[in-house]
Design a protein. Sequence first.
Length: 240
Amino acid sequence: MTEILREHFQLMETIVTITAREKRHIYAAKESIRMQRSYLEDYIRKDPFFMLTLDPYDSEADDAPDIVKQMIECCTVFGIGPMASVAGVIAKFAVLAMMEAGATYAVVDNGGDICILNDQPIKVGIYAGSSPIRDLAFELPARCKPIGICTSSGTVGPSISFGSADAAMVIAEDAALADAAATALGNAVGATGPLQECFQAIDRPGIDGALVIRGLEMALWGDVPELRRAHVGAERITRG
């Protein structure tokens, strides 16, 4: 079996782990990240409000780069600011670039927001910080199209969340949409109350399934991959 290569890459605030079978595919991902970040940074220099708003961005963006348009579109669906999808959309563009370079196996983990193209089964670990619910993973069957699995948390990591989830995970074919939905789901998880009600916040076209962990509780919604026992080692967690 061909060796799987894994490389950690950081560009400013973007910190990713790139997995592929060939060095040139990793190179393609890195070049995409550089390019898409430059497009996004140029746009933010013209309109800093794009980066700051926590509400849907409604300014005129007809001449905006594609990454900006996708962020606006995905986040408007959930009534949140466009930066909520930044990690997922960057991972998505990187995997698409890897595919254009010929990859059939490509994974870009952008701080827990992951875009995956897998022509062989793969496990995606679930990390919920201090929750005692641990050592679980989604098992994805082989597929020929990318999929996004994105996570938000009110207790883990630097991202803004107004909820109490240790992990709010969303699965969608579009990683940018999955990232926006994960933020919306995380915001909907209160300190108490039935977890199943939180999924109303992401019941939108394009969202396949979701999982929430809060302390000792876990809830599933929609079409989620099989859960398996798996050791989720700290060395596999993408962080600065």
